[in-house]
Write a protein that binds this ligand. Sequence first.
Ligand code: NDP
Length: 331
Amino acid sequence: MSESTPSTPDVRDVIIIGSGPAGLTAAIYTARASLAPLLIEGEPSSTSDQPGGQLMLTTEVENFPGFRDGIMGPELMAEMRAQAERFGTQVITEKVTDVDVTVRPFKVTVRDQEFFAKSIIVSTGAQSLMLGLPEEQRLIGYGLSTCATCDGFFFRGHEIAVVGGGDSALEEATFLTKFADKVTIVVRRDELRASKIMQDRARANPKIEFLWNSQVTKIHGEEKVSGAEITNTVDGSKSELAITGVFIAIGHKPNTDLFRGKLDMDEATGYLQTVPDSTYTNVPGVFACGDVQDSVYRQAITAAGSGCMAAIDAERWLEDAHDIEANVPNY
Ligand code: NDP
């Protein structure tokens, strides 16, 4: 346990940006290490800020260890948050408008208010790209999903659709055939973007059908998905698809706009880069965990695991930083 306390009342040991499983786990660990973390969770009104993260958009979570009968996503996040607060995490519900990692202590701006910290843990997550249909927000978690690993199990015996033509769509569709009777992949062009091996696997699967030059333009259902309207992208003709589930797999976007030009990220995808087997970014004292730096696993439990790693990395880094603290002006 660290004895560390801020050197002045205004400089925190750690600020955590983002309140999904990664950020909240980092908060639990840093709070229990007496680092009195400040967690800034974003605003519910913004599309890129989703306090509590993507689990707030799900219903039943059955794969988070420790909940034998499953738990609702929002309830799981409320429990994690209460646990973080129990150990002294301060939570602010505001949008971070700027982060300056070129100064020490680091500066985090929330509207017109500034916060200072010796270390920052970035856990701003990622968001699934959506089709932009108004009913998507209402039906997500009710037959509409963005994660086959999470929700495939609920579609045993169903006929469902997967939207997209990349590796994600084909991987999800292939996985979903373990449960569903039939999976229709809705592709907006007449060819796939996915790698050949994934294409071969999907084409060889008897449960998979392709709907080419097609776009889902409406998802039916008041309380849960009951069908979809398909529009032909070549001639504009419309048809109906009888399905009870839709998986959107058209890509993800990490929430890293705030860090562009400040932290190393994959230029093409925007995912933050961390030193392998750690949560260190290229800026000493700034750590990244969860989906913002993980384009591969993207699970609540892996995000939570990396949040724990970030907390331990930050705690150890802060202990070492005490030695240099005296030599850094304004630290
Ligand atoms: P991609 O960007 O590769 O593919 C997105 C797909 O969705 C494309 O077919 C695209 O169509 C389609 N699409 C995009 N927007 C829309 C829209 N509004 N309506 C309908 N369709 C749309 O994303 P992925 O998530 O599939 O993959 C991301 C990266 O991760 C890739 O590099 C991929 O190779 C990798 N990956 C690798 C896996 C593996 O190797 N096991 C598994 C999953 C992902 P269009 O082609 O017309 O643009």
